[in-house]
Design a protein around this ligand. Sequence first.
Ligand code: NAP
Length: 252
Amino acid sequence: MASGVLAGRLAIVTGGGSGIGKTICQVFAREGAILAVVDIDKSNAEATVSGLPQGSQKHQAYTADIASSTDINAMMAQIKSQFSVLPSVAVNSAGITRDNFLMKMDEKNFDKVIDVNLKGTFLVNQAVGKCMMEGKVENGSIINISSIVGKMGNIGQGNYAASKAGVIGLTKTAAREFARFNIRVNAVLPGFIDTPMTAAVPEHLLQRAMFLVPMMKIGKSEDVADACVFLASDRSKYITGTSLEVAGGLGI
Ligand code: NAP
């Protein structure tokens, strides 16, 4: 029998093939969860699964573009047929950036970021919420990974900041609508976290950004994953609609 605060819970994690999502899968598995690892990149999702400790129920990898309702619906059907328990946890970590100054940003890159980060999060909340409601889960928890930039704005990230601010509004609405179905919905707002996404940021810009962080250091994906364990587990059973900042004080 698995032990840990997520023992026996089936957790869907989008963006599970890389960075924060991958670490969430690892930390959740250590806490006893069974993982449905979702990513647009099949081999990355499979690599995450193969690195997880195997319990009595096997973790599974799924390929889906979260911006496609066809992909999301097919994925949910597979998950329902392949596991003996219904999902009671979902984390939306899939996300992209296409940075540029507003004056230089083309419409295509604005739409793409909104499509993945905001519409994709909506589609997953809708599909997972429906599945949890139909299955009458007693302790559903959906966690949407937003960003501190959604609260603060950020030069060169108008599309990304708008998408992440949208995720906060979506989360509060889902929290209100899903509460009577025993499903909590919360957002996590990471600051600067060391992942492949931030590896693209030039070193001199990262160093300058560190001066804005009261704790004066970059965060680790484990820091975000630990916050997600809390929000996924019953330790946070009276918390819904909140935005938990994991940002070393950036944005306070
Ligand atoms: P990451 O390493 O790039 O991981 C994101 C994962 O999502 C990648 O595996 C990516 O696949 C996948 N993905 C992209 N588009 C997808 C789609 N349409 N459908 C399914 N999967 C898709 O980034 P990260 O740093 O871990 O970021 C994870 C989340 O945290 C994102 O929502 C990000 O906005 C948020 N966040 C990150 C930071 C930070 O400092 N790192 C700060 C605040 C918020 P590909 O690699 O193939 O594109």
